[in-house]
Design a protein around this ligand. Structure first.
Ligand SMILES: [Fe+2]
Ligand SMILES: [Fe+2]
Length: 136
């Protein structure tokens, strides 16, 4: 079962960005698949750690571009990155502290966590990136 399907509308037209977005979606889907009946808490925690690592470097890449191009929404976009990192940290802490995993709730949190940012801030940013020449 797949949580997030890659859709053409997600494509930014920037190959490096699309590649990283697809990788992130794959990682989130891996976590989602692990949330079955035989959910293994340690496996899920390590998968959430991988998500944290990949998303941190993706955010750093976006922030570097925004800084270099004096991007108008830099502060708001960066603040949302920080909120997302806090949230994935909280999700991980909750899994660590739980005696019984609420897998339905976790799936819902993971889904909302990424897609909301992706469909708003990132779409805006990557459209701006596209309108710059690669040599800017
Ligand atoms: Fe992005
Ligand atoms: Fe972003």
């Amino acid at each position: 079962m797949t949580l997030i399907e890659w859709r053409e509308e997600y494509s930014t037209g920037i190959p490096g960005v699309d590649h990283e977005h697809q990788e992130l979606i794959n990682l989130i889907n891996t976590a989602y698949e692990m949330l079955g009946d035989t959910a293994d808490k340690n496996g899920i925690i390590s998968c959430l750690g991988d998500i944290y690592g990949s998303i941190s470097s993706h955010f750093a890449l976006e922030e570097r571009w925004m800084e270099q191009h004096n991007y108008e929404d830099y502060e708001a976009h960066r603040a949302d990155h920080e909120r997302l990192l806090d949230e994935i940290g909280e999700i991980t802490d909750d899994v660590e502290a739980s005696t019984k995993l609420d897998t339905e709730r976790l799936r819902e949190r993971l889904n909302n966590w990424f897609l909301a940012h992706f469909k708003t801030h990132d779409t805006h940013l990557h459209n701006a990136e596209k309108s710059h020449s690669p040599y800017d």
